[in-house]
Design a protein around this ligand. Structure first.
Ligand SMILES: [Zn+2]
Ligand SMILES: [Zn+2]
Length: 307
């Protein structure tokens, strides 16, 4: 369902809505006069539209059913990597509206890719421009994500068990602890409602317990929102940057290079040495050092000195 706050009329005092021919040709306003459709069910417009405004881009939400591309609550498994899912979502929105410009976001909450035992929220925002034949994405990672799972027995006061869920700002999902995921209750914030759902789900579970977990859908999970916003800001920064070779918008970091030489033995360590900027249109790449040339690496991160 589309949130009403997501579809409010454009602000007439915002000069971006009064476009001139001059503005259309300003290279620093690469999307002037164009409207992107954001495929979302979960009120992400207010997070993603504002960063796009300086590009001259209007963003409207389209309520397409992105659940067929997998759900956060796990009823439908995700078919592929987050970037592919985000691009597919954007194309769904474009197909539904006939727009040549689509935006979508995709989040994944799970084990941090490099830090053991830490849960990370990785948010991705992607722009698909059919006119320019361009796909540009940006991401942001946060460790400040609330993702809690508890198995709870029915009866008694669930308040103690619910301490870490961040209610009522966050919401929870309740399902049977074992067996098929029905019944399934989403978006619960009130302890009494959760207690009732726990009774129903525990009765359906072979072990007589209910599983209560953080509802990670963006409109139920405030701890995801700043990360989605940051990813959108990074995408906007990329879209505002032209490729030095072909001037296409979308120039930005696409890869990193590790290998600062170890202070003790000179072997390349796994520390970041440079970032690689790339163009989504022509494939041009440039390496950009992130350290001074004579920097030496930490022996603790050297395979030879500290295996
Ligand atoms: Zn070494
Ligand atoms: Zn280029």
């Amino acid at each position: 369902m589309l949130d009403e706050a997501d579809v409010k009329a454009p602000d007439p005092t915002d000069f971006r809505h009064a476009r001139t021919l001059m503005e259309v040709h300003r290279p620093d306003v690469p999307f002037a006069g164009r409207t992107a459709v954001l495929a979302t069910k979960h009120r992400k417009l207010r997070l993603i539209a504002p960063p796009m405004r300086p590009l001259g881009m209007d963003v409207t939400a389209v309520a397409v059913d992105t659940d067929e591309l997998g759900t956060f609550t796990g009823e439908v498994p995700r078919p592929g990597p987050p970037l592919e899912t985000a691009i597919a979502k954007a194309r769904l929105g474009m197909a539904a509206t006939g727009s040549a410009l689509g935006l979508a976001s995709e989040g994944s909450v799970g084990p941090h890719p490099t830090i053991p035992l830490v849960t990370a929220d990785i948010e991705l925002v992607v722009l698909v421009d059919a006119e320019r034949d361009l796909v540009v994405s940006a991401s942001a990672t946060s460790l400040d994500i609330r993702a809690v799972t508890r198995s709870i027995e029915p009866g008694g006061d669930p308040t103690d068990s619910l301490d870490h869920f961040g209610l009522p700002g966050h919401a929870v999902i309740v399902r049977p602890n074992q067996g098929p995921p029905t019944p399934l209750f989403k978006g619960l914030r009130v302890p009494a409602d959760i207690a009732t759902a726990v009774v129903d789900c525990a009765a359906a579970s072979p072990d007589g317990r209910a599983r209560v977990e953080t509802d990670l859908r963006a409109h139920m999970c405030p701890s995801r929102r700043p990360t989605i916003r940051l990813a959108a800001e990074r995408l906007a920064a990329r879209l505002a940057t032209g490729c030095p070779a072909c001037t296409s918008p979308g120039w930005g970091c696409v890869d990193v290079i590790t290998g600062i030489p170890c202070r003790w033995c000179g072997t390349p360590t796994d520390e970041l040495r440079a970032e690689v900027d790339g163009c989504p249109a022509c494939g041009h790449r440039e390496e950009r050092a992130t350290i001074a040339t004579n920097t030496t690496g930490d022996p603790a991160r050297c395979q030879r000195c500290n295996p």
